[in-house]
Ligand binder design. Structure first.
Ligand code: FAD
Length: 545
């Protein structure tokens, strides 16, 4: 049965008609990672997500699979070691989504770190993180640095360091993990909010009372163990469980801006000093460059973090200082996103200095809460959590298999296999008269699953008029049938990233795409119109400062 909300009724019946070994609350990378690991070990798993998968922090990160360079500054050597190695595993299991990206670290006269300190740090990073030889750091003099990125302001520049980060799409990575969990037997539902815990006579959690946000119905479901993987919302659920004691979350907001590549035409991604001791990224990606991030303590609504004018100006000032360009203005910003870091509060530490380590918190009711961590480390975090669950459930489960498990769409033996698969898909696309650039775009989003979209284009060719409509509808159709898309925002934000990277082009396509979803999912005109309005609101919010 397809992983589609067309089958929602059946999924809801499955959820309520049986008891699970494990119930995961939260469909971000943490929750989906745990669901996949547990399902692969043979546990009976359900996961509920109150909005869409990845709608929290997992679609709002810097979108890098880090080797952990920044942790060197805090001497978290173990974390650098773990992140570096884990990056290689994530790459191996989802090559279509994890792309090596050279990063330039410009060094300025009087900057917070001198040339030899940076050289030493990058050397230590190569060693600790186990970086592949061909990706070892390279130190550059001023002339080489300017050749690598000609837009740099030469005034204070004295040189640079080149090292590797890996670029990803956080929300797509989460969706591919969710799809893999589903394919491994887990039941995952979006738009189902955990509202209350159900307890047995010993005050141990035995289930959840949830709200199906689509039908408005309350439902109850049961599991032996419940994991709270709700990221920034972790403490709200701990409070609901009356177990918010000891360690607590400290939320910090991180904002990214998107400008046209024409306004900031970087040849090379850069990681640079803002001037106040903080470092930020500027990353070119197709037709845009994105810039981020901020790190400010956050005490407002967890459900809707946003970019303020001050956030935007702070990032623009940093860019305008380091690059010799026509200064960027607020009006140049095409889109933004803001995400909350669920960090563990540490007395007296600034947001920058709080550890990014993950933490597992046990409550006397049996609730297991996971907080902190990174997108990059989702697999090890899941492994650690499920190891605990195996002991808790005391069952006969298989060992962890996620290290070798290719994610949905990412089943490639090696880089050559990836290239050959792309070549094959391009030739299939050519036969169907689909431009190569479109096939590439889909391939680096859906991997091997691109085949299904090409098949749909072939079917639509006889019915549909314009090329853009045909390709959008084929892609959307795939996401409805196989990726649980229910709302247009699911597709335009989390499945395709279009709100972030192609906001202007897609603003005018909202209504027809909403009607396509409405028709596919059998929505009435009122609900379809509501979807149009909500999507427009989201588009406006991205530049609402
Ligand atoms: P979330 O993704 O927030 O998922 C929690 C989910 O729980 C949400 O979808 C929410 O809707 C759901 N939920 C909440 N309450 C309920 C309920 N009652 N019932 C059901 N569902 C519920 N990491 C990297 O490795 N690389 C980076 O480049 C990077 N950059 C970052 C930049 C920024 C600005 C930020 C903020 C973080 C960054 N991170 C990065 C960290 C990384 O993004 C997070 O660690 C990770 O996404 C957290 O995922 P999560 O699943 O724990 O939380």
């Amino acid at each position: 049965m397809n992983f589609s909300n067309k089958n929602r009724q059946h999924f809801l019946e499955q959820l309520t008609n049986q008891s699970f070994d494990l119930l995961v609350i939260g469909g971000g990378i943490t929750g989906c990672g745990i669901a996949l690991d547990a399902a692969l070990r043979g546990m009976k798993v359900a996961l509920v997500e109150k909005n869409d998968f990845a709608s929290g922090t997992s679609s709002r990160s810097t979108k890098l699979i880090h080797g952990g360079l920044r942790y060197l500054k805090q001497f978290e050597l173990g974390l650098v070691h773990q992140m570096g190695r884990e990056r290689a595993v994530v790459y191996q299991n989802a090559r279509h989504l994890v792309i090596p990206e050279k990063m330039l670290l410009p060094i300025e006269e009087g900057g917070s770190l001198g040339k030899s300190a940076i050289s030493l740090a990058l050397l230590a990073y190569d060693f600790l993180a186990g970086i592949r030889r061909k990706e070892h750091r390279k130190m550059l003099d001023k002339r080489e640095t300017m050749t690598t990125e000609p837009l740099l302001n030469p005034e204070e520049l004295i040189g640079g360091g080149l090292y590797y980060e890996y670029r990803t799409d956080d929300a797509r990575l989460t969706i591919e993990v969710a799809k893999s969990a589903y394919a491994s037997g887990a039941l995952l539902l979006n738009y189902l909010e955990a509202k209350e815990f159900l307890y047995d006579e010993n005050k141990k959690i035995e289930g959840i009372k949830g709200l199906d946000k689509i039908s408005g119905r309350e439902i109850e479901f049961r599991a032996t163990v419940v994991v709270n993987a709700t990221g920034p919302w972790v403490d709200l659920l701990r409070k609901e469980d009356n177990s918010l004691k000891g360690k607590r979350l400290q939320l910090t907001n991180g904002v990214h801006l998107v400008v046209s590549i024409k306004k900031l035409s970087l040849k090379q991604a850069a990681y640079f000093d803002v001037g106040d001791g903080r470092m930020i990224f500027a990353i070119p990606r197709g037709e845009i460059t994105y810039i981020g991030t901020t790190d400010t303590v956050y005490n407002k609504s967890i459900d809707s973090p946003y970019c303020t004018r001050e956030d935007a100006q702070y990032l623009l000032d940093a860019v305008n200082r380091i690059f010799a360009i026509e200064p960027l203005q607020l009006s140049d910003i095409e889109s933004t996103w803001a995400g909350l870091r669920p960090l563990i509060f540490e007395d007296g530490k600034s947001p920058e200095d709080i550890s990014r380590k993950d933490e597992i918190i046990h409550s006397s009711s049996g609730l297991i809460s996971i907080a902190g961590g990174k997108l990059t480390g989702y697999r090890v975090m899941a492994e650690k959590t499920v190891d605990i669950l195996v002991k808790y459930l005391n069952g006969n489960f298989k060992p962890c298999r996620t290290r070798e498990t290719r994610l949905s769409g990412g089943d490639f033996k090696n880089d050559n296999d990836l290239k050959e698969t792309l070549k094959h898909l391009m030739s299939e696309g050519e036969q169907a008269e689909i431009p190569a650039i479109k096939i590439q775009e889909w391939f680096y989003r859906y991997g091997r699953n691109t085949t299904a979209i090409i098949e749909t284009v072939k079917k639509l060719t006889s019915i549909i008029k314009t090329e853009d409509t045909k390709y959008d509808e084929a892609e959307l159709q795939y996401c409805i049938e196989h990726e649980m898309v229910y709302h247009l925002n699911d597709y335009l934000i989390r499945r395709s990233g279009r709100l972030f990277f192609e906001r202007k082009q897609y603003e005018i396509r909202i209504a027809p795409l909403a009607h396509y979803i409405g028709k596919e999912l059998g929505l009435n005109e009122t609900d379809t119109q509501k979807m149009v309005t909500e999507t427009r609101q989201e588009f406006d919010k991205a530049v609402g400062f």
